[in-house]
Design a protein around this ligand. Structure first.
Ligand code: KPL
Length: 294
């Protein structure tokens, strides 16, 4: 049994790719007693109905996938983990950075694994989850106990048919994704447009180079491989073009009235900049504008 904490788009994607009876959502305050029922639209195949039960008291999963929003993760885990043995691997799927380290710091003796994924999922209606684009997922340990679990977790998730790779330096992977999210998500939320549309917008064109200069400086200070601002801009624009018609997760959060993950993306870069004495006015401006949208 695989347990999933967080029944949003990503949680529903992973649940739908596992067979019935092999997966359950972890109940949270306010969860209904009824199983979660939805239609799942896979990439290039017929849609099908999915029913996912809630984990019952006393049921012990082999793995816990955590697909909550970054800002909810610590509280959600603080409620869920006391019922689970210390040996159950916990796989974190949060966007950005900061929440993963907070979990590893709080439960250092548990097997904590971080995942970075490019799988795309969305919920155009509450009862429908769409696998919007096939991607890949990288998993690596954040705590010493996590190291010996990564291969087994990937094996346990093999029935999903999703592509998963083990990675030694998962923080490096999370940083690569953070750079992309820092260069796309806030712009799409502020401009209220799909990813590709930011590329022609004067607001984006005005701020992207100074933003990439700030990201390059913070990356270097954080001990990540040095990258030029120009190389960062190329990566950001490559992904914006490839996902041109996507609604970013941050724009989707704003449109749905949910709290965004800005504190863990541009907000994280601001915090790290402060720690290292690096000015990050563009990240601050973007974070401030998104916070106002919230
Ligand atoms: O990861 C994403 C997100 O929306 O959070 C991108 C890469 C921007 C794709 O939409």
């Amino acid at each position: 049994m695989i347990a999933i904490l967080g029944a949003g788009s990503l949680g529903r994607l992973w649940a739908a790719t596992l067979s019935a009876g092999q997966v359950a959502f972890v109940p949270r305050p306010g969860s209904m007693a009824e199983p979660a029922r939805y239609t799942f639209q896979p990439v290039g195949r017929e849609s099908f109905k999915v029913t996912v039960p809630w984990l019952k008291p006393g049921q012990i999963p082999r793995v816990l996938l955590v697909t909550t929003k970054a800002g909810d993760t610590l509280n959600a885990l603080a409620a869920a983990l006391p019922a689970l043995p210390e040996t159950v691997p916990v796989v974190l799927f949060q966007n950005g950075l900061g929440s993963q380290q907070a979990v590893a710091d709080r439960w250092p003796s548990r097997p904590i694994i971080a995942a970075s994924t490019t799988e795309g999922a969305n919920r155009p209606k509450p009862d429908t989850t769409v696998h919007a684009g096939l991607g890949e997922t990288w998993m690596g340990a954040l705590t010493p106990a996590g190291h010996s679990c990564v291969a087994k977790v990937i094996e346990d998730l093999a029935p999903t048919d999703l592509v998963i790779h083990p990675v030694e330096n998962v923080l490096g992977k999370l940083w690569q994704k953070l750079v992309i999210n820092a260069g796309i998500n806030a712009f799409t939320a502020i401009l209220d447009c799909p990813n590709g549309d930011i590329l022609e917008h004067p607001f984006y064109l005005h701020w992207i180079d100074p933003l990439c200069q700030e990201i390059a400086a913070v990356l270097k200070a954080a001990g990540q491989p040095a990258q030029t601002p120009g190389a960062l801009r190329q990566q950001i624009e490559g992904v914006a073009r490839k996902t041109a018609t996507n609604t970013s997760s941050m724009r989707a959060d704003v449109l749905a009235g949910r709290r965004t993950e800005i504190d863990f993306i541009n907000g994280y870069l601001v915090k790290l900049g402060e720690q290292h004495g690096i000015a990050t006015p563009v990240n601050q401006m973007l974070a401030g504008q998104v916070q106002q949208l919230n």
